[in-house]
Ligand binder design. Structure first.
Ligand code: K7E
Ligand code: CUA
Length: 632
């Protein structure tokens, strides 16, 4: 009994003394945490009315859109509709955007790529790829609108390794993720995959003045899955790189069949040389595109062996290092561009794939950096460090680009990061400062919203030695890649200036010009919106007529927008100040259909309305008959 009490006493003494030792430490810890929280909050805080330092353009994945945020606040500022209709801005309802969307109502945006001059963002356009329907779109950063959609690109299926831009916006790269028999429309059983299916990488040509996209070049390759790409820069200017998996040329359950070999490849394409051989006529026309067969034309493509099923390939700011992320290996492989060129000169090859040389791994590899589990993508800062996302480990690894190629810091993210983006982090001169982790899962770090949860984006301060998690946001699905651009590089317009930005011959600028005219079965309307009326206040037509409306918003101030919707006609357009949009439809439903302004614009917004009056066929015919009788 006594001994038991004594034991209890000793235990009490131990805990009390431990408490005395630990308590002040805990208090101190608490204070430190508090100041850290305050510091983080202040770093992210952008006072109401003030501007963020960076624009963040995030891909919207299978939502088909691009989302614009401010960094560091992580406030969502804008949605830019690209591959899917978006009634909020009238996208996909007017004639031009309908035509751009064509037969598709969705896309799968993965990689936004800003236009570049000398390897730096120049703030003119943003290109994005559509992994589903093989297209590339161009957003004009003066208006934040999609102005062009190119494609579907011939011969490719699953344009994933895209829309990377070459350093002077010569090209936007593309690649086929799923090899198919080409040209499209060719039939070949899946069992003949290894022989009759083809791999293609290539590029869409961009007019350096206008941004207009047109046919570039294509290179025919073995039937692998071409995954991600990057353009060479500085020393590697003139080259393009893509990773590929399934060099096994397998079909079936790829997670097994395409994970047999220890290594797959990065394919390096000398696009300057491709330009030359095309000029020499060394190409075939396939599916309406100029295709250079890399197994017949030498010197244009080479394979670099890379750790098992690589995902991202990223070129360092100097252009010297090509970093491959083997998603199934715990390391990233760093290849030297100058060693690669030497290997080609010395014919230092370890094999070939359909006649295309495979350069010797040991001759080009300079480092294997043990970043951690599931490396996917890499970005760079201004101090010679790289940041690699680790999907399996749910972390970002910071490592030194150069000897001793060591990992210097690691930060956990929540959870399962895909891409990451640093300020100007894929250009020749990254800014450092900020990094955003684009995570696939958020698993209840927010108010519950049902079984499916949003993705998450975490803002990380990379200005110091240690990475610091600052804030998180829940972007629209699904952020793959994103780019961060300094705010002063962009010069968005305030209004469409009459005669400058709006040279539309069908624009009208006063109520007096509002009218409708009939030519056969076509009723053409010149209309305008302004606070707070729509002119004309009625549009009259007959059932079955084609109605064309040229609608101009004659406002001259930024943000004074009006919508124009017609009830039950599935129409809603939203012209910006000074902009003219065009609507075309068949008035197939008889009756009276109000039209109104959808954008709450003024105190008398509700008064902004009018009527589409569609005369039934029966009455129209009867009237015509009577008229004929009366004037024989
Ligand atoms: Cu890694 Cu499509 Cu660039 Cu998604 S891809 S994460
Ligand atoms: Cu115009 Cu509401």
């Amino acid at each position: 009994m006594v001994s038991k009490n004594l034991k209890f006493l000793w235990v009490m003494v131990f805990f009390l003394s431990a408490g005395l030792i630990f308590l002040p430490a805990c208090k101190k810890e608490g204070r430190k945490a508090r100041s850290e929280i305050e510091e983080a909050a202040l770093k992210q805080y952008v006072p109401p009315g003030e501007w963020d330092e960076y624009y963040l353009f995030m891909s919207g994945g299978h939502s088909g859109q691009v989302y614009v945020y401010g960094v560091p606040s992580m406030r969502h500022i804008r949605t830019i509709p690209v591959f899917a209709p978006y009634p909020a801005t009238g996208y996909g309802f007017d004639k031009e955007s309908k035509k751009m969307l064509g037969e598709f109502t969705w896309g799968d945006v993965h990689h936004p790529a800003p236009s570049e001059t000398n390897g730096e963002y120049d703030g003119r356009w943003l290109f994005v790829n559509d992994n589903a329907n093989n297209r590339i779109a161009r957003i004009d950063l003066r208006t934040f609108k999609t102005v062009e959609i190119y494609g579907p690109i011939p011969n490719i299926a699953g344009d994933h390794g895209s829309a990377y831009i070459t350093p002077n916006t010569e090209y936007s790269l593309f690649a086929t993720r799923f090899s198919i028999p080409i040209p499209k429309g060719t039939y070949a059983p899946v069992e003949e995959y290894a022989t009759r299916y083809k791999g293609i990488v290539g590029a869409v040509k961009i007019d350096p003045q206008t941004g207009h996209m047109s046919e570039g070049w294509q290179v025919l390759l073995p039937p692998f899955n071409y995954d991600l790409g990057d353009a060479g820069k500085k020393v590697s200017y003139g080259w393009a790189f893509w990773t590929c998996y399934n060099s096994e040329r397998a079909i079936g359950k790829l997670e097994v069949t395409a994970s047999q070999k220890e290594k797959d490849y990065i394919v390096a394409v000398n696009w300057k040389e491709v330009e030359k051989v095309i000029e020499q006529g060394k190409y075939e026309m396939i599916g309406g595109a100029k295709v250079v067969d890399a197994s017949k034309v030498t010197g244009i493509a080479y394979f670099i062996p890379c750790g098992k099923s690589p995902h991202g390939v990223d070129v360092s700011p100097s252009g010297e290092y090509i970093i491959g992320s083997g998603k199934l290996s715990p390391t990233v492989s760093v290849f030297s561009f100058s060693k690669f060129i030497k290997a080609i000169e010395n014919k230092d090859f370890e094999g070939e794939e359909d006649g295309i040389p495979v350069v010797k791994f040991e001759s080009v590899r300079v480092a294997e950096v043990p970043v951690g589990l599931g490396p996917l993508h890499t970005q760079f800062d201004d101090k010679g460090f790289a940041y690699t996302s680790l999907f399996v480990e749910s972390a970002v690894a910071k490592w030194r680009v150069g000897p001793p190629w060591d990992v210097v810091d690691k930060i956990p993210v929540a959870y399962n990061i895909g891409h990451l983006t640093a300020a100007h982090g894929d250009t020749v001169s990254p800014h450092g400062k900020w990094l955003v982790a684009c995570n696939k899962l958020s698993k209840g770090r927010h108010l519950p919203v049902g079984p499916s949860q949003p993705e998450s984006a975490q803002l990380i301060d990379i200005s110091g030695e240690k990475m610091k998690l600052i804030a998180e946001a829940y972007p629209e699905p699904e952020p793959h890649y994103a780019v961060m651009i300094k705010r002063d590089l962009l010069k968005p317009i305030e209004v469409y200036v009459r005669g400058v930005d709006n040279k539309d011959p069908n624009a009208i600028w006063s109520e007096a010009e509002a009218r409708q005219e009939r030519k056969g079965n076509v009723v053409e309307v010149w209309a305008m919106v302004v606070r707070s009326y729509i002119a004309p206040y009625k549009i009259e037509c007959e059932q079955g007529d084609k109605v064309i409306i040229h609608l101009t918003n004659i406002e001259e101030m930024r943000d004074e927008i009006h919508g124009f919707a017609i009830c039950e006609y599935n129409i809603n357009v939203v012209p910006d100040p000074g902009e003219t949009v065009h609507i075309e439809f068949i008035a197939d439903k008889p009756g009276v259909f109000p039209y109104y302004c959808t954008n709450f614009c003024s105190a008398l917004h509700q008064e902004m309305q009018g009527y589409l009056v569609v005369k039934p066929k029966r009455i129209a015919r009867m009237e015509k008959g009577l008229l004929a009788l009366w004037k024989p």
